[in-house]
Ligand binder design. Structure first.
Ligand SMILES: *Cc1c(COP(=O)(O)O)cnc(C)c1O
Length: 353
């Protein structure tokens, strides 16, 4: 606390990301990073960009990248907004598109950045409990709101809902913006992008951090009706004209355009996830069916915090959330098959030890 802080700063509860420890030979399964590197076309594009042209400001509209994303998703460029990671896109969305005089609805168990943005922007949060299977039930969202947001698949559960459910929600909720955070959509969910032309209040947010293995490049984007996108652009141009540097713009374009690398790595991750789920279930874990690049698991006999601590002693880190309802769960990012095997062996040793 400081007398020099503004009142709002006193009230903030900042987001705490998963740790990035500097430990050698660590098996890092705690922040849903992609275990495979980005496309080699990204590396080439980034190298080309790191020359004398860095003296120039980047394109404030990131038009090349916006166009590449629009082409990929069969949208018009004016239906696409890009930002410095989807976290920044989310922040602008909270400020630009949620009505601040009514509560914003989101699940009780979800991405923990949402309540942080509510405090930052003075938005009232109303959390809607997941059902007893830790699933989103869209029938629970039929109440007065200034906006609705949830990830699909949800984090940290990995559970996804279908496009039909999202359409039902959009039909019954036409006066406020519905945001679907599709950070993990490429690992098996069904995207809501196809609904954009029909529903002017739908905003879909995606990121290159997970399925394109570019968490370090910081590229996220939103897709929706041109009116929503124009609102985001107004906030962006009142905050930072150049959220994406020239390296991110070029690397991002190459990532979107290399469909082969994307398909190959995402399929490998899906296959490894399904195999790991089977192996963990054989050890007595219950895994929520996942459409993401992580598994959310609980063991009826072993304390989750204790398991996380014991894995850590073996140089494996997974994510544990000390929160009501989920404090007996571990969120485990899907690594390479070798990393998954080491994890399974470690858990076997802990459990049988
Ligand atoms: C990882 C994640 C993000 C943030 O992604 P960045 O683009 O790296 O900022 C947003 N939403 C959810 C649900 C995530 O898991």
């Amino acid at each position: 606390m400081s007398k020099f802080w503004s009142p709002i700063v006193h009230q903030l509860t900042p987001y705490v990301p998963g740790e990035q420890p500097k430990i050698n030979n660590l098996i890092k399964l705690n922040t849903n990073e992609n275990p495979y590197g980005p496309s080699s076309r990204v590396i080439t594009a980034v190298e080309i960009e790191t020359g004398n042209s860095l003296r120039l400001y980047p394109d404030p509209q990131s038009q090349r990248l916006t166009d590449a994303i629009a082409r990929y998703h069969q949208l018009k460029p004016e239906q696409v907004f890009v930002g410095n990671g989807s976290d920044e896109v989310l922040a602008h969305t909270f400020q630009a598109l949620f009505q601040h005089n009514k509560p914003l609805l989101f699940p009780d168990i979800t991405y923990s950045f949402y309540p942080v943005y509510c405090k930052l922007y003075g938005i009232t949060a109303e959390t809607i409990p997941l059902n007893e299977k830790l699933e989103i039930d869209i029938n629970d969202y039929g109440r007065t709101n200034g906006g609705i947001i949830f990830p699909n698949p949800n984090a940290p559960t990995g559970h996804g809902i279908g496009k039909d459910a999202i359409e039902t929600l959009l039909k019954s909720n036409r006066d406020s913006v519905v945001v679907i955070d599709e950070a993990y959509i490429d690992f098996g969910g069904t995207s809501a992008v196809a609904l954009i032309d029909q529903y002017p209040n739908l905003l879909v947010i995606q990121t290159l951090s997970k399925s394109r293995s570019l968490a370090g490049l910081r590229v996220g984007f939103a897709m929706g009706n041109a009116e929503l996108i124009a609102g985001l652009v107004r906030v962006k141009d009142s905050f930072n004209s150049y959220p994406l540097d020239s390296i991110a713009i070029s690397g991002g374009c190459a990532a979107i355009e290399d469909k082969a690398h994307f398909e190959y790595t995402r399929r490998r991750i899906i296959a490894s996830r399904n195999q790991l789920a089977t192996q963990l279930e054989a050890l007595g874990f219950n895994a929520i069916p996942s459409q993401a690049n992580f598994l959310f698991v609980t063991h009826p006999q072993y304390d989750a915090a204790d398991l996380a601590a014991q894995l850590r002693q073996r140089n494996i880190i997974v994510r544990f959330f000390n929160k009501p309802r989920i404090d007996q769960y571990l969120r485990i990012t899907i690594g390479t098959d070798a990393e998954c095997a080491t994890l399974v062996n470690a858990l076997q040793a802990i459990i049988n030890g």
